[in-house]
Design a protein around this ligand. Structure first.
Ligand SMILES: C[S@@+](CC[C@H](N)C(=O)[O-])C[C@H]1O[C@@H](n2cnc3c(N)ncnc32)[C@H](O)[C@@H]1O
Length: 390
């Protein structure tokens, strides 16, 4: 197992857990003849039942965890989403909210709290992690006990199409991605093998689907990717969006995440992609460090997501920065309410707004992709329509 100077040292039980996760990867490598794709590695270390980073009991979210997401900063993000969700549900004449990957339950609790006068018929939480389900239930029971009977947990998407609003904050970036590198004008697939007992990058010729996607990227950006250029591609995203389109019969799906349009993502200067690992609020780019104890993510190619969504039967209702989305959906009105009420002391509110809105924080790096399914929202979702750049 690799160590990294400057990063906090895990305790013994966390280290033992990481050894079990590494053993699982080694067993998979042995079964597969010594090499697995990076997407398979990412899938194992994040989602292996009972062992993966998201499936097991690590703290993950908040100051004592590895990273903070928008719902963990305070309630304003959820209240803005509640305004949009409330409008969509009114327009539809009622419906459900389906949240995919509910984290600590903060978004669900704050959103239901904000919608209290006209709550959705049901609030469905698609959550694969038993540990996170427990945390979500505790948070909801403490904050919205009167609405708990409307909350239902799912371990797969519902078979019958739903009407309502689908929300996925920082989920697209958590889907396992493939890594590739260009060599002699051809893409090579980067995967994982063992070198002197340690996990290590190694390449094979890119399979047809990966090569086709990389050639499509080159066509879209109007130039060949140079030798030595490495990056990621989310080959699993189209099937996932297909499944979401089948689950949402009518309504609006809202995805917030960090990412770029394709031209920005595969910019000539971004020579090593966007893969990022988060461990106790430290950022680095080594996915083999402490498997199972750190988050691994890749930024979202929103052009690819929008294209796959359109093929799945969604229409792209909005693509914009998180700041422009929150401004259009009432963050200033929510702020004014807080300033006159006793909800948050001013310094905490200022910090929350800075994080959500500033370009160097989440304001510009994070985007909103809104997808309509047999539905066109009546209200404005953004003050800056960026769909033409996709
Ligand atoms: C970075 S966390 C974000 C959690 C939460 N939405 C938030 O904003 O705090 C990513 C979440 O996506 C979930 N996730 C990833 N792939 C998923 C899938 N295919 N179906 C459902 N949830 C998934 C993970 O389990 C994890 O809870």
């Amino acid at each position: 197992m690799q160590s990294r100077s400057g990063l906090p040292v895990p305790d013994e039980s966390a280290l033992a857990h990481s050894v079990r996760v590494a053993d699982l990867v080694r067993a998979r490598l042995a079964d597969a003849g010594g090499w697995i794709s990076f997407a398979d590695y990412m899938d194992l270390v994040l989602y292996a039942p009972g062992l993966g980073y998201y499936s097991a009991g690590a703290q993950k979210f908040g100051p004592a965890g590895d990273f903070v997401t928008a719902p963990g900063l305070g309630s304003i993000f959820a209240r803005c989403l509640a305004r949009v969700a409330g409008d969509v549900l009114d327009q539809l004449g009622g419906g459900i909210v389906l949240e995919v990957g509910g984290g600590t339950g903060a978004l669900a609790a704050d959103l239901l709290d904000a919608l209290r006068p006209h709550p959705p018929r049901q609030y469905l939480l698609l959550e694969l992690s038993a540990d996170l389900r427990d945390r979500q239930r505790a948070r909801l029971a403490a904050q919205v006990p009167d609405l708990l009977d409307r909350v239902q947990w799912l371990d797969r998407l519902p078979a019958e199409p739903l009407t309502g609003v689908l929300i996925a904050n920082e989920v697209l970036d958590a889907l396992p991605v493939e890594r590739f590198t260009m060599q002699d004008g051809k893409p090579r697939q980067l995967g994982v093998s063992l070198r002197i007992g340690e996990f290590s990058w190694s390449t094979v010729a890119a399979p047809a689907a990966l090569e086709a996607e990389i050639r499509a990227i080159e066509r879209d950006i109007g130039s060949r990717l140079p030798d030595g250029y490495s990056s990621e591609v989310s080959l699993r995203q189209p099937a996932w969006l297909d499944a979401l389109a089948a689950a949402l019969g009518q309504g609006l799906a809202l995805f917030t995440d960090y990412g770029y349009s394709r031209r920005e993502y595969y910019h000539p200067q971004r020579t090593d992609g966007t893969l990022a690992c988060h461990y106790r609020h430290h950022w680095h780019a080594d996915p083999f460090f402490l498997p199972g104890l750190q988050d691994i993510t890749a930024w979202v190619d929103f052009s690819a997501a929008a294209r796959a969504a359109s093929a799945a039967g969604f229409s792209v209702a909005a693509y914009t920065t998180q700041a422009h989305f929150l401004l259009a959906s009432g963050i200033l009105q929510e702020m004014a309410t807080d300033a006159t009420g006793d909800r948050a002391p001013a310094p905490a509110m200022a910090a929350e707004l800075r994080q959500l809105l500033m370009p160097g924080e989440m304001g510009e790096r994070f985007k909103l992709l809104a997808l309509g399914r047999d539905f066109v929202p009546a209200g404005e979702l953004t003050m800056r329509d960026m769909r033409a750049g996709l």
